[in-house]
Design a protein. Structure first.
Length: 255
């Protein structure tokens, strides 16, 4: 009734009709955009440019912050286990958007060491700006912290309190100082003395041949390689005793 009255009034006023109709019946489209997926940072979801704009813009979608309570609870007895070496205050929650080959923006997150948090957030932003394809960026807790499972799903992640595969020595992932990117297509392998080859994930044998061309492949010409190595990380693809093509870890200075 109120809208009808205002349109009639607008008509009576002549040229003001269009203005009145727009003001009274039009809606603030930005305020109506549902930004829940970003406000709650629902990793794994896709978002549109309108949602990002309503949330506050691209810059607000990249940050390294203290771990939220909800995320910390999800990590317990999965990626995080009580230990004497690293605690909540040593870690940061990174939020980031990423592109895949589907030309959509995806919501991603990582946990990493405070020592590298700002650097990693900056690298992920540069990869996003270049539309570098990262298929998934979920916390390993989604996979119950099972490394084989998340790698088969081509997930990219950082922190997980665990030992190096096949040993009891803590991985740099256990301190949040190593990043794995597009893990299915950039596997880990080690050739044993008996002539067999150990591969992780076990489903990635075809991607151990780096002379082949395939999606998500990291090599020396890759932007991901360039950004991480320029920031002081070493690439597992350059190792000689084994190969870990997905892996970038911080080079720590020894006294």
């Amino acid at each position: 009734m109120e809208r009808t009255f205002l349109r009639i009034l607008g008509a009576a006023l002549g040229c003001g009709a269009v203005i009145l109709t727009l003001c009274c019946s039009g809606k603030n489209s930005q305020s109506e955009v549902d930004t829940t997926v970003l406000r709650e940072w629902q990793a794994g979801k896709t978002v549109t440019a309108d949602v990002v704009e309503a949330f506050g813009g691209i810059d607000r979608c990249f940050a390294a912050e203290p771990i939220p309570d909800g995320v910390w609870q999800r990590m317990q007895d999965k990626t995080y286990k009580e230990n004497p070496y690293i605690g909540r205050s040593d870690l940061r929650h990174i939020r980031a958007l990423h592109w895949d080959y589907d030309n959509q923006m995806h919501v991603g997150e990582m946990i990493c060491n405070v020592q590298i948090a700002d650097t990693v957030a900056s690298i992920l932003r540069r990869l996003f700006d270049a539309r570098y394809p990262i298929q998934k960026m979920l916390l390993p807790d989604v996979y119950d912290a099972d490394d084989e499972t998340q790698m088969r799903d081509n997930n990219s992640s950082c922190f997980c309190y665990r030992a190096i595969a096949g040993s009891t020595k803590l991985s740099k992932h256990a301190r949040g100082l190593a990043i794995d990117i597009n893990t299915l297509y950039n596997p880990y392998y080690k050739d044993r003395a008996d002539g067999t080859r150990f591969i992780q994930p076990a489903t990635a044998a075809q991607y151990c041949d780096r002379t082949q061309t395939f999606p998500y492949k990291i090599d020396h010409n890759d932007l991901c390689f360039s950004l991480f190595t320029q920031a002081g990380f070493e690439w597992g693809g350059d190792w000689t005793s084994c190969k870990d093509f997905q892996h970038f870890e911080l080079i720590e200075q020894t006294e």
